[in-house]
Design a binder for this molecule. Structure first.
Ligand code: BES
Ligand code: MN
Ligand code: ZN
Length: 493
């Protein structure tokens, strides 16, 4: 897909389709006015007749409008002018590009971004447009051999119209293209079924990334190596599985070698049955998404490398399956983590924190400036925040603040939950240093409290993406979140 900056009036565009903005009520935007003049007032008449009201996200396709150089016009509603803000802009753009993706056209030019939206500039609008294209054109049809209901769009080139700021737009396009491709990677990894997307398959995907980007270095630790490192918590989770566990280390160096890196840690449970504490049957298939944190980390590493960001970043992916079986860990087992703390595993379904605690201990070796873990960690987070906001917890106000701000800027929002010392009380074990569950109360927070024991005084944040990393029917699938939040954070780092 090619994204280009386009100058010149709407009426003169020779392309498959032009996307023209229309407000609900009031004057036509300049670009639409220009097209309307060339079409001798046809658009204005249509609107006056009530055939198009300009509500946010409403679209209307007009073929063969006389007087215009291109064969299709897509009118795009922006809603009321005085309410037109970033969210309305995203909604309108998303729905327009989704409609465009279903048209038999190879090239189009959008004028939506020429209208100012509150809380945006030309850069932000270019980013949002290109990100929306990646989002709406995404398909996961690789396992369908027939009857594909939603084939991939025909579009090959999307022009972004502007009457000035070309350089700013090009920068927005470059950033958004990298982010969009990264989100696509995260979604592909998340959607891949668990019989294919195994820990070793993820490790091979990571190696592939390193082959494509010379600035990435990948190292994959096997179980023998994990044992030597003392990763008893991670090994306890993989004990019931026939798939070998993998610990993936991806390093990107964009700054001086001595510069402390940002360490990202992604939960890579390729399937979570719950283990001996078996999950109930309904919707268990969705536990293939339990490696979404891992997918996010690999995707962010790809974006960082493509954008050649001037930072050092380390991506860590502890990956295994959580299965029952004769060799599986039992409720009541006590294991020793890499950090030396012993853990009483009271529930084998609280496995994410077990693989993460060893990964966080490993991450501390890099002496990070910040450590961020991303995990589909608790069902309680879905209950608390739903699918809209990721849960954010941590020990550093500046880091939490920066992540929250990044999430708001790109509409990949998070919400901070408290992490008072009192919550740690809930994790007491009579037999080991700590228990792996804290009972029904504050399930999202006690999971984070558990993790906090393994980060020492490193500035650390934990993103619980159980609600945000995938969506259920009717648009079932991986969302690619929180790749947008994290790349935005690293862009500003
Ligand atoms: N992967 C799940 C969390 C999850 C549940 C994500 C539902 C998305 C939707 C995690 O490993 C898990 O099973 N957590 C348990 C923890 C409990 C046993 C303390 C949970 O949330 O029920
Ligand atoms: Mn679980
Ligand atoms: Zn899990």
């Amino acid at each position: 897909m090619k994204f280009q900056v386009k100058t010149g009036p709407a009426s003169r565009q020779r392309t498959g389709c032009i996307l023209l903005p229309v407000y609900a009520g009031g004057a036509l935007p300049a670009a639409t006015q220009d097209a309307d003049r060339a079409a001798r007032g046809l658009l204005r008449k249509l609107i006056a007749d009530g055939d198009f009201r300009g509500e946010t996200g409403q679209t209307l396709l007009l073929p063969k409008v006389p007087g215009l150089a291109c064969p299709r016009v897509l009118l795009v509603g922006l809603g009321e002018r005085k309410r037109y803000d970033r969210k309305a802009c995203r909604k309108a753009t998303r729905s327009a590009l989704a409609a465009l993706g279903r048209m038999p056209v190879a090239a189009a030019v959008s004028f939506i971004g020429t209208e100012p939206a509150r809380g945006t500039d030309a850069y932000r609008r270019a980013r949002l447009t290109v990100e929306c294209w990646h989002e709406t054109s995404y398909r996961f049809n690789r396992h369908k051999t027939r009857d594909i209901r939603n084939p991939a769009p025909k579009l090959r080139s999307l022009g972004l119209a502007t009457d000035g700021e070309a350089a700013v737009l090009r920068r927005g396009i470059r950033h958004a293209d990298a982010i969009g491709r990264a989100m696509t990677l995260a979604r592909d990894l998340g959607n891949e079924p668990p019989n294919i997307c195994t820990p070793d398959w993820l490790a091979r995907r990571a190696r592939e990334l390193a082959r494509q980007h010379r600035k990435l270095r990948v190292q994959v630790l096997d179980e023998a190596r994990m044992r030597r490192l003392g990763m008893g918590a991670l090994l306890a989770v993989t004990a019931g599985s026939r798939q070998p566990a993998r610990f993936i280390v991806v390093q990107y160096r964009g700054a001086a070698a001595g510069k402390a890196p940002v360490v990202l840690v992604g939960k890579g449970i390729t399937f979570d049955t719950g283990g001996i504490s078996l999950k109930p049957g309904p919707q268990m298939d969705e536990m293939k998404y339990d490696m979404s944190g891992a997918g996010t980390v690999l995707a962010v590493m790809q974006a960082v490398a493509e954008l050649a960001l001037p930072v050092n970043v380390v991506g860590l992916v502890p990956s295994c399956e959580n299965m029952p079986g004769g060799g599986a860990t039992r409720p009541g087992d006590i294991v020793r983590s890499m950090a030396g703390q012993t853990i009483e595993i009271l529930n084998t379904d609280a496995e994410g924190r077990l693989i993460l605690c060893d990964a966080l201990a490993y991450g501390a070796r890099f002496r990070p400036a910040a450590m961020i873990d991303i995990a589909t960690l608790t069902g309680a987070c879905v209950i608390a925040l739903g699918k809209h906001r990721s849960g954010l917890m941590g020990n550093s106000d500046p880091l939490a603040g920066a992540l929250l701000a990044a999430g708001e800027a790109v509409d990949d929002p998070a919400w901070r939950l408290p992490l008072d010392a009192e919550y740690m009380e809930l994790l007491k074990s009579p037999f080991a240093d700590v228990a792996n569950i804290g009972g029904r109360d504050a399930g999202t927070i006690t999971a984070a409290a558990f993790l906090s024991r393994f980060v020492g005084d490193i500035p650390w944040a934990h993103l619980d993406v159980a609600g945000t990393a995938w969506s259920t029917a009717p648009q079932k699938g991986s969302t690619g979140r929180p790749v947008g939040l994290l790349v935005e954070y690293l862009l500003g780092h």
